[in-house]
Design a protein. Structure first.
Lengths: 162, 426
């Protein structure tokens, strides 16, 4: 599975309250959530993001609440993959469970710049910065998680094993 | 290699003699929890599995507490989904308005969580029940759905950080100050993916309410869970509130920890977390001159009876500042009634504070006390990210009930000492 797109970059500790503020948690509709994605941190995000774009961020991405609405909003906004130095653990779990591709790679997260064009080979965890020519190896997923990802989420994985 | 408290609980629930950090396991669940925001998504996912029943109608709790009493039509629809699902599945622990409380204050009070349990909750502050010596962690709605369907969850066994607490906190200093101090020290990802294990004579000196406060905020350091060693206070609390049997797990002498911290509780000062991260801690003598507009005393962090008593002790005979709204939210009906019967409500109302029915309300910017642009609140809640309590250009300062109450009187961030309150030995 591959992702390729323009990078939108953020800093450290991007929390779930800025990814999707609680005032919008009266809905779980992905399109509605996407329309408010990143609003309190970058109100231009939703107008500049294009399908296939890649979000790159620093440490502790997705910290804060367990709201699954956060990765749902990011996925529905068109983002094809999130690369971060580290992920907060509930956000990490939720992303795998709903099928939002994520990769942990400190070097890539630090090097890659806003506006760069990147390509990700998700199966190998291989990141290529097409703009700079540099390549990076991200953290591979344990086999168990790879199965959930290839089943396109936890519920499908459970259904198939019932 | 010996095991930590957390590792022992996980091993037992995975049917294994032992586990090591990094190991992937599947554990049987004692409780699966959700609220009115997270359960609707979980219910949608659960229905996709196509089962006619949940794994155990007694081991699921759905507590509509975030946007209740229904704050608007959309919230009412979300609670309706929770209510109808609970009826359809026969879920015993669904708590309607009038019965409910803030989930992480309610579950221990109702005896639904006990030492040695494995609990998952679709709410990040599910780590609260670690105060009872249980393994308890926050997860998302899909994990909640999977848990309701199978009664199991996968986990990666965590490493642990040991916190040896010594001595006793000073007057006006409590669990909130200790945990804000710790998060200030290690940072919002200082315990990422790890257990925070609390032991020592200081841990045993803390009340159960203080332990709930501290375990509650383990997530704010990025932890997978927080857990206290079980002692006589724990057992007394559990036996008063629950009919369930329980198991006590003590860490092995040769258990390994990635870090060990010794904390002298007597040295900790009243602490405030400045915007916009819980790690932005300053002691009360370093806050400067910060005028405020609102005070919130309540939440799963500090909405319990001891918190109400401390607030009352500060507010007694004094008035909330003319420019401040002080909103007090006892976390459950039982706490509400107890505070009322102890005369605390007379103190609150005479001081000019407002008292609310249990709700999470303002903590996450839902309702019952939202901030306008440029406004500042001192709050006993647990997060102060941008826009947390309202307008993105508002600010939240996290603090203990003592600081919150004193600030409400002073009209700016202040400690009880600054109001001329006598400091005596606790």
């Amino acid at each position: 599975m591959n992702a390729k797109g323009k990078v939108i970059k953020y800093g450290n500790n991007v929390d779930t309250d800025v990814i999707i503020p609680a005032r919008y948690l009266t809905t779980s509709d992905p399109a509605e959530l996407a329309s408010h994605c990143m609003e309190d941190l970058d109100e231009k995000f939703i107008s500049k993001v294009q399908k296939g774009d890649v979000m790159v961020a620093g440490r502790n991405f997705g910290c804060g609440s367990s709201r699954e609405h956060a990765p749902i909003a990011i996925k529905a906004s068109g983002i094809s993959c999130v690369i971060a130095e580290t992920f907060a653990r509930i956000f990490y779990r939720n992303s795998i469970n709903i099928g939002l591709p994520i990769i942990e790679c400190a070097e890539a997260a630090q090097d890659i710049k806003d506006g760069d064009e990147v390509e990700i080979d998700f199966d190998k965890g291989f990141i290529t910065n097409l703009t700079s020519g540099k390549t990076y190896q991200g953290q591979p997923f344990p086999e168990f998680m790879q199965k959930i990802i290839s089943a396109d989420g936890l519920i499908n994985f459970i259904k198939s094993s019932l | 290699m010996g095991m930590t408290m957390t590792q022992k609980i996980l091993a037992a629930h995975a049917g294994l003699d032992s586990v090591v950090p990094g190991q992937l396991i599947k554990a049987k669940l004692d409780m699966v929890l959700g609220n009115d925001i997270t359960s609707p998504v979980a219910i949608k996912e659960f229905d996709k599995v196509g089962l006619n029943s949940v794994f155990d109608i007694n081991k699921i709790a759905i507590v509509p507490d975030h946007f209740t009493p229904n704050k608007d039509i959309k919230s009412a629809e979300q609670v309706k989904i929770c209510r109808e699902f609970s009826k359809r599945m026969g879920i015993v622990n669904f708590f309607e308005v009038g019965q409910m409380g803030v989930e992480h204050a309610l579950l221990p009070e109702k005896g639904l969580v006990v030492p040695g349990d494995v609990i998952i909750g679709a709410d990040s502050h599910t780590c609260t029940y670690g105060a009872l010596g249980a393994f308890s962690t926050g997860i998302g709605s899909t994990d909640m759905a999977a848990g309701m369907a199978t009664g199991e969850a996968w986990f990666k066994v965590p490493e642990a950080i040991k916190f040896i607490l010594k001595g006793k906190p000073r007057k006006w200093v409590g669990g909130k100050d200790v945990i804000l101090h710790i998060i200030g020290m290690i940072g919002v990802d200082g315990a990422l993916y790890k257990s925070m294990e609390f032991i020592g004579d200081g841990a045993h000196a803390l009340s159960m309410d203080d332990r709930f406060t501290m375990a509650n905020m383990a997530i704010e350091a990025g932890a997978k869970n927080g857990i206290f060693e079980v002692d006589e206070k724990t057992k007394q609390y559990v036996e008063e509130h629950s009919v369930r049997s329980y198991t006590v797990y003590k860490a092995d002498e040769d258990a390994e920890y990635s870090e060990v911290f010794e904390i002298d509780l007597a040295a900790i000062k009243s602490t405030v977390a400045f915007p916009h991260l819980p790690e932005n801690a300053r002691t009360i003598d370093n806050v400067g001159d910060i005028k405020i507009d609102q005070v919130i005393i309540g939440s799963c962090t500090n909405g319990r009876i001891e918190d109400m008593r401390i607030a009352a002790e500060v507010l007694k005979g004094r008035k909330v500042h003319a420019d401040v709204r002080c909103i007090i939210i006892p976390a459950t009906q039982k706490i509400w009634k107890q505070a009322m019967n102890e005369g605390l409500f007379d103190i609150f109302i005479d001081a000019g504070a407002a008292i609310s029915t249990p709700t999470c309300g303002p903590c996450l910017g839902g309702h019952m006390g939202i901030l306008a642009k440029g406004e500042r609140a001192v709050s006993t809640t647990n997060r102060n990210f941008v826009g947390r309590m309202g307008h993105p250009e508002s600010e939240v300062y996290l603090a203990s009930p003592a600081i919150a109450a004193a600030s409400a009187i002073a009209g700016k961030i202040a400690g009880p000492d600054q109001l001329g309150l006598v400091i005596s030995e606790k």
